[in-house]
Design a binder for this molecule. Structure first.
Ligand code: ATP
Ligand code: PRP
Length: 219
């Protein structure tokens, strides 16, 4: 196993927040990815390599060990259910997962729910004893009730702006979401000193109110 620590970083909205946290923890990592299309960024002086991944793919790279560690939203971690260790709650990219619908929604005989998270949504409605058909979409989920594809959706809410601008209402909050640091099981043993010192450094800059996962958990 090489000495380089390979880190799967989510491109997009989490990247800037995650890289800021790394820098505050004393790790100099590439800052502005807007200027480059490079997908593997080596930082030899830090003994690290950053893999610029689509957020939903981060747990896959980590499970297969092509990345030793990664940063991923709890939403993706639960939905993908990959065999990885969850090491730290980083407290960034805070939002919640909710059931959402039109203000005049009433339960009908056939209920359809659109979401990017079919596994989490199916489990939630099963636990609620509600029989629904779950339809998987990949983005702009709020469209579904507006154009009649589904009665309700399960999606993320941060500021509530998307809901307000589309005349939708939040009915139930299902889960609180933040980003997590995850590790490959073998890497965690073989590169334990490096991963542990990274966790210690990150923990010093994570807001004190952030709850840490209770030990090493499966995503
Ligand atoms: N509105 C939001 N506020 C805070 N965090 C969010 C919000 N939307 C998503 N997130 C978090 O950021 C993660 C990545 O977001 P998202 O899936 O929208 O990817 P992206 O950055 O837009 O890139 P891509 O669309 O290519 O997947 C989500 O898994 C979730 O944890
Ligand atoms: O409460 P708000 O602050 O409005 O944020 C919530 C929105 O943010 C995310 O969408 P994103 O921007 O990732 O678009 P997408 O769902 O089309 O990928 C999420 O899916 C909501 O639509």
């Amino acid at each position: 196993m090489s000495d380089i620590l390979k880190v799967a970083m989510p491109k997009g909205r989490i990247y800037k927040k995650a890289s800021k946290l790394f820098r505050e923890a004393g790790l100099d990592i590439p800052v502005d990815v807007d200027d480059t299309r490079k997908l593997v960024i080596e930082v030899p002086e830090a003994g690290m390599e950053f893999i610029m991944a689509k957020p939903v793919d981060v747990p896959t790279y980590v499970e297969y060990g092509v990345a030793d560690i990664g940063i991923v939203g709890k939403d993706v971690l639960l939905e993908e259910n990959r065999d990885v260790y969850e090491l730290l709650n980083l407290g960034i990219a805070q939002c919640r997962m909710s059931v959402i619908g039109l203000p005049d929604w009433k339960p009908g005989i056939q209920q359809r729910v659109a979401t990017k998270y079919p596994i989490i949504a199916s489990q939630y409605f099963r636990e609620q004893g509600q029989q629904v058909e779950v339809i998987k979409l990949n983005g702009s989920i709020e469209l579904a009730p507006l154009i009649g594809l589904a009665d309700r959706i399960v999606d993320l809410v941060e500021t509530g702006q998307t809901l307000r601008e589309n005349g939708l209402v939040e009915m139930n909050s299902i889960l609180d979401i933040t980003s997590r640091l995850i590790a490959n099981r073998v890497s965690y043993r073989m590169k334990n000193d490096r991963i542990q010192s990274l966790c210690d450094a990150l923990q010093r800059v994570i807001p004190a109110s952030t709850e840490t996962p209770g030990g090493i958990l499966r995503g």
